[in-house]
Every structure is written in C-alpha cells, then in structure tokens.
Write a protein that binds this ligand. Structure first.
Ligand SMILES: C[S@@+](CC[C@H](N)C(=O)[O-])C[C@H]1O[C@@H](n2cnc3c(N)ncnc32)[C@H](O)[C@@H]1O
Length: 295
C-alpha cells in the first residue's frame, strides 16, 4: 500500500529544481517543429492546493516556490518557470487544460502548485502527446478527472513496467520523467534497471531522473550507478539547501540525472544555480554541483 502523497511536499525546494529543469527541457523539445511525446512514469495528482490540509501540514512550499513568487530579479530560466506557476494560479486556469496567458506585470496570489503533468501540459502543441502513469488510486483518480482527451492518456499502472511498452515511441521523439517517491527502497534499483532498459530500447530519448538527497547509501550511490548505465551524453545537477536533522533524517536537497540533455542546459544551469542555491538556502553550507559527460 502506497502511503506517499506528493501534496505534502508540493512546491518545495526539490519541486523547484525539478520543475525548473523540466520547463527548460520542454522548451527545448518544443523549439523544433517535430512532435514529441511526454511520458511521466510517476505523475502524482497533477496539481495541488497549497492551502489544503496536506500541503499546510509542513508547508514546505514556503521555503520553495514562495521564496521566488514575487521577486523582480529572477534569472531568465527561473522567470520562465515561475511565469508558468503564475499562469497556473490565474482564477480561470484549469488543471489539465492549457493555462491562460498572464497580463504583463500581474502576480496572482500563490494558492496552487502545478505538478509535472501540468508543467508539461503548458508546453504541449496540437501534434504532441502525453502518457501519465500513477499508481496511487486517489492521485490517479484526481489526475484522470483533469487530464484526458485525444492527446493525453492517464494510466493507473506501474510506471516502471509500463514504460517498456511505450518505447520506442512513434514518432521517435520523447521526454521521459522518472520521478518515484523512493518510499520503497527497491525504487533505487528499479530506476537504474528502468534507465538501462529504456536507453537500449530508445537510445535517442531524453530521460530525466529525480532523486532525493537523503542519508541512505542507495540515494548516495544512485548518480554513479546511472552514469554506469547511461550512454555518453548526460548531465547531473544537485542542489543542497538544508542540513539533515540530528538523526540524519530529512531532505537536504535533491538531484536530477538527465540522459541526452539539451546542449544548452549546462550553460543555462551554470547561470542559474548560484542564484537559486543562495535564494533557497536554509543553512550556510548550501551548495550545488553540476557535472556532465558530453555526447
Ligand atoms: C514524487 S511523486 C510524483 C510527483 C510528480 N512527478 C511531480 O513532479 O509533480 C511520486 C508519485 O509516484 C506514485 N507512484 C509510486 N510508485 C509508483 C509506480 N510504481 N508507478 C507509478 N506511480 C507510482 C506515487 O503515488 C506518487 O504520486
């Protein structure tokens, strides 16, 4: 039985890093004329009410998206991402539908946070498609209530197993987000096996793996294990914003491992990460790392 619910963590520092990078990769995918498919192996509920009981319990968004919400000095890539979250908060925005445009200079109050399917939905063009896997019955129901239609399929199935059947996609362009909760320690091994299998089936795909920076050997080893199975052409970014508690528990930061990243991503992140880590820091030792192996 799955206990993890993303609503408790929506908009936190890890979502900021993940969705900022996702937004950049989606911009790259849609800069070309050719259609692509977005596959989310662990989609969550698609959107979250930040004033709801779950998000309010630990109010993690206060040290995440909230710190960026009204800033006038956002670096361009951060501004792109925050602009999307602003659009999601417009009164006439509907999860699962293309978000309305924002009037220049307008900042709506922060009430909602978009999950990865909503970030992707904002970039989807008429020829593109989406496949969203979600195993938790309640979150899968919420997702299916908002996302659907000809372009979008919600699958209440195991995303690790389901991905195999979707690769290679037609047409042969895809961005795959692999974003498990790591609630089960076996998820670390499944992520490595999933990436190994996926790059064999579809080597030219763009794969984004999110992982938590927690005091677990499996989490510490994950980037190195991914480097071992990925073909040449990967980027790893990690951001640490807080200290684990005295028992070593807590989410100190998070990382993303991207196979076949946009060639511009390294430079974009070099411009963004010093500002982002300083803005989201919760202790003096906050830091980041960017490493890559070019194709
Ligand atoms: C970290 S959350 C996803 C957040 C989402 N990708 C976002 O960025 O907004 C992980 C989700 O995976 C779901 N989940 C856990 N195991 C799964 C599996 N094997 N297949 C599909 N979904 C799963 C959980 O219920 C949870 O909603």
């Amino acid at each position: 039985m799955l206990a993890y619910r993303h609503a408790f963590h929506a908009g936190n520092h890890a979502d900021v890093l993940k969705h900022l990078v996702l937004d950049q990769v989606l911009r790259y995918m849609t800069a070309k004329d050719k259609p692509f498919r977005y596959i989310d192996t662990h989609a969550g509920a698609g959107g979250y009410a930040l004033k709801g009981a779950q998000a309010q319990k630990t109010a993690e968004y206060r040290e995440g998206i909230n710190r960026l919400w009204s800033r006038a000095d956002l670096p361009p890539a951060v501004a792109d991402y925050v602009h999307g979250v602003h659009r999601f908060n417009l009164p006439d925005a509907e999860p699962g539908q293309p978000a309305p445009e924002l009037e220049k200079g307008m900042t709506p109050p922060l009430k909602l946070y978009p999950g990865s399917p909503s970030i992707a939905r904002m970039h989807l063009r008429p020829g593109d498609s989406m496949r969203l896997f979600e195993l938790h019955p309640a979150d899968a129901r919420t997702l299916a209530a908002h996302f659907g239609g000809k372009q979008v399929q919600v699958l209440h199935e195991d995303g690790f197993a389901g991905l195999k059947a979707l690769l290679p996609p037609t047409p042969r362009r895809a961005l795959v987000l692999i974003d498990p909760s790591y609630e089960l320690v076996g998820d670390y091994g499944k992520v490595v096996a999933c990436v190994r299998d996926a790059v064999q089936r579809f080597p030219e795909g763009v794969y984004m793996v999110w992982y938590p920076q927690v005091a677990r050997v499996e989490a510490v080893q994950l980037p190195k294990r991914l480097m071992a199975v990925a073909p040449k052409g990967w980027l790893h970014v990690r951001m640490t914003v807080k200290q684990a508690d005295a028992q070593g528990f807590g989410l100190a930061g998070s990382g993303l491992f991207i196979v076949n990243p946009p060639y511009t991503l390294h430079e974009t992140l070099q411009g963004v990460m010093p500002w982002l880590v300083q803005t989201l820091a919760q202790f003096d030792g906050a830091n980041y790392l960017i490493e890559e192996q070019p194709a």
